[in-house]
Design a protein around this ligand. Structure first.
Ligand code: OGA
Ligand code: MN
Length: 318
């Protein structure tokens, strides 16, 4: 028999609901919204290694749609157990080779199912130790992931906190005229990995513009998505715009477009829309990538930080 893929192996190995000692009773699980935070809820009493009941998974999905970020405490998983748990919530995100993303393999063009996010050289140091500006993962692809899970394995003593922005709250806080004006706009977010490839080719300095003006070349594929995105489960509207990617509004004057985008980005940066997570080893943070942005603070390069990320497939934004 041919060997199984990691994902098939993960599901093959996963404990079954009919093995009582491996099944987690739903009553043991608490979901507690964070106090006075822009988003987020803490999930305690859940061991992600165990089989979960239908009632639990349904509750967690509802809680994610409501709170946008779920924080699971005190987990201890290997990659296959992490994959088995994440798969309760959807299929694994598998972009095509023509749309490179974080962790993509130079030969196959696709990332592994579990992406190491680390600063250890050669072991997933894609994002190093620097600051990551607020972004939605894979926004430049035709079918961006609906959500991701990030699992903390090794943490620096200082820095490296991750924060999430509630883009539903940000949209709702706009004045009515502006909401009306942006509701039907389409946004292209250009692929930073294609940009990096072409920068290397041309020996340019790696600079990425914040907006593509008409006289600038298009780098890579362009997939227009709504600037105001509808959340699939709740029907709520959200402002879907990353802080530092090169973007362009479709059929919109470029000078006015760059100004509008800068204004919206400034709006999104306000602290009242943001929750900052102080990581503990064993945390899994599961976020809705459709209606949030996330960002990371830098940390000392000589301290190790290792998280593992699984992204789940999403539909076409609407
Ligand atoms: C990611 C990401 C943030 C972090 O993995 O998509 O943005 O805190 N990570 O490392
Ligand atoms: Mn990210």
């Amino acid at each position: 028999m041919s060997s199984l893929t990691p994902l098939s192996q993960a599901i093959h190995n996963a404990p079954r609901w009919h093995e009582p000692k491996h099944l987690q009773p739903s009553e043991e699980i608490q979901i507690q919204p964070l106090d006075h935070a822009a988003l987020g809820a803490i999930v305690t009493g859940l061991d992600a290694k165990k089989a979960q009941t239908g009632e639990t998974i349904f509750k967690l999905k509802q809680a994610l749609a409501q709170h946008l970020v779920l924080i699971f405490k005190k987990q201890q998983l290997d990659d296959l157990q992490f994959l088995a748990f994440a798969s309760y919530f959807g299929s694994i995100f598998r972009p095509s080779k023509d749309n490179p993303v974080l962790g993509y393999d130079l030969e196959t063009g696709v990332p592994p199912d579990v992406v190491p996010v680390s600063n250890a050289v050669g072991q997933g140091d894609y994002t190093g130790h620097g600051e990551l500006a607020p972004h939605a993962d894979h926004q430049w692809t035709p079918l961006p992931s609906f959500g991701s899970l990030l699992y903390a394995i090794e943490l620096p003593k200082a820095g490296g906190k991750t924060s999430w922005i509630n883009t539903i709250a940000a949209y709702e806080a706009l004045d009515d005229d502006l909401k009306q004006h942006i509701r039907s706009l389409q946004l292209i977010t250009y692929n930073p990995f294609v940009r990096a490839q072409s920068n290397n080719g041309s020996k340019a300095n790696g600079h990425t513009p914040l907006y593509r003006f008409d006289d600038q070349p298009v780098v890579g594929h362009a997939y227009p998505h709504p600037l105001v995105r509808t959340h699939a489960e709740s029907g709520r509207s959200a402002l879907w715009l990353s802080a530092k990617n090169e973007v362009e509004l479709v059929n919109y004057n470029d000078i006015a477009g760059a100004e509008l985008i800068a204004r919206l980005r400034e709006h999104l940066a306000q602290p009242e829309f943001r929750y900052t997570h102080d990581w503990e080893v064993g945390d899994i943070v599961f976020w809705d990538n459709q209606v949030t942005l996330h960002a990371r603070k830098p940390f000392p390069s000589e301290q190790r930080r290792l998280l593992k990320r699984i992204s789940l497939a999403g539909g076409r934004p609407f």
